[in-house]
Design a protein around this ligand. Structure first.
Ligand code: ADP
Length: 369
């Protein structure tokens, strides 16, 4: 059998090189250009469970997992043509005990003095546990995605059915009220009326929440942020005037973000109306919108000089459903929940900083188009 190291040329280093070859943690093998074993180290034998002699007398293809037989072909050709000087492939091998091991194999050439390739060096790393974990993760992701889809359709059906039932209840109540005018003075009937109104409102909120769906990247379109901010400002102009609120649009006119038009409308509108709703009455209120690039993201900052939020106390609840932190009669705690979900479903995120009595700043990270 050919020796890897020429003892007669390197007598001093021969022993230490032999030791390194045999005792490395990874498997190392010398193969002929036809793919026959010429030399293997101890690690390969341990990993596969075969002795050196067993391997030398065996065609390598008999222990390669059938689907992975051609794994080397294209890269090997490129290596032999001198287009690359090494390559890596993943390949499964059968061990002696019948189990399967996943190897990451790095292949390079040994060349003669004239530069012609004579043999190959294969380095084997056992990546079985990494591969199994990846497979488990993929499986879990698929299960989660399936479950999400089922939950989403379930939510659609529930909200649709609830809407028709609560609508029916409301119509029957109106008929009764018309037909039996005296019912308006009946305490129980009035309680029933309020319960039906509450039910309708809750169903309306649930419908809004159920509408938020994850958006695939290819469904996102390029939207000019400045235009959307202008449109939202126009829509709240009346209430801004009545509340003495000035809104300043300093958004970069030339940047586009990736989004969904209806979501972007609702996101900006919600932050603007909150800025107005939670203004401080003792000073003219101001909302400023600015942008800043941050790698692949565009930050839209919406800063107001309103009441502020006690983030130490409420920070972890801020974006939760039905959480409100001021005593306004029309506070519901739905807007920020929906807005955060809409931002995340188009690949963004939202951050907040705030000081009670000074104001709040919401920073929305949008993917740049
Ligand atoms: P809503 O305004 O209907 O309550 P949101 O979900 O938009 O719904 O807001 C949740 C709560 O967060 C509000 O009730 C308010 O207490 C607080 N909040 C939201 N935006 C601001 C803001 N710009 N300034 C101060 N407080 C705010």
């Amino acid at each position: 059998m050919k020796s890897l190291f020429r003892k007669e040329i390197f007598p001093d280093s021969y022993d230490s090189l032999e030791k390194i070859f045999n005792n490395t943690y990874n498997g190392i093998a010398i193969l002929s250009l036809d793919g026959d074993w010429i030399r293997v180290n101890n690690s390969i034998c341990q990993m596969l469970g075969y002795s050196k002699n067993e391997l030398y007398n065996m065609d390598i293809e008999t222990i390669i997992f059938r689907d992975d037989l051609g794994a080397h072909a294209t890269k090997y050709n490129r290596l032999m043509q001198g287009k690359i000087d090494r390559y890596r492939v993943m390949q499964r091998y059968f061990c002696k005990d019948g189990s399967i091991v996943w190897f990451l194999i790095s292949v390079s050439l040994i060349t003669a003095l004239n530069g012609k390739p004579t043999q190959m060096i294969w380095q084997f790393s056992d990546i079985t546990s990494r591969k199994l974990n990846q497979d488990k993760l993929k499986l879990m992701l698929r299960v989660v995605r399936d479950q999400n889809e089922r939950l989403s359709s379930f939510a659609d059906i529930i909200t649709h059915n609830l809407r028709s039932h609560s609508g029916n209840l409301s119509t029957i109540k109106d008929f009764l009220e018309e037909e039996f005018g005296w019912l308006k003075d009946n305490e129980n009937f009035n309680l029933l009326s309020v319960a039906i109104e509450n039910l309708e409102e809750t169903v309306e909120h649930l419908t809004e929440v159920a509408k938020i769906k994850p958006i695939e990247n290819n469904q996102l379109t390029s939207l000019n942020l400045y235009d959307y901010v202008e449109k939202a400002i126009y829509n709240v102009m009346g209430v801004a005037k009545n509340t003495n609120t000035s809104i300043i649009n300093e958004v970069d006119e030339d940047v586009n973000i990736k989004g969904v038009p209806a979501y972007l409308d609702s996101i900006i509108l919600n932050f603007l109306t909150n800025g107005i709703k939670y203004r401080a009455e003792d000073r003219p209120s101001k909302i400023e919108l600015t942008t800043e690039q941050d790698g692949d993201f565009l930050k839209l900052k919406i800063a107001d000089n309103g009441l502020g939020i006690d983030l130490k106390k409420y920070g972890d609840k801020l974006f939760q459903l039905y959480k409100t932190f001021h005593t306004n009669s029309d506070s519901i705690g739905l807007g920020l929940f929906i807005t955060k979900n809409q931002i995340e479903s188009i690949g963004g995120r939202v951050a907040v900083s705030s000081e009670v009595g000074v104001g709040s700043k919401f920073t929305i990270y949008f993917k740049r188009a």
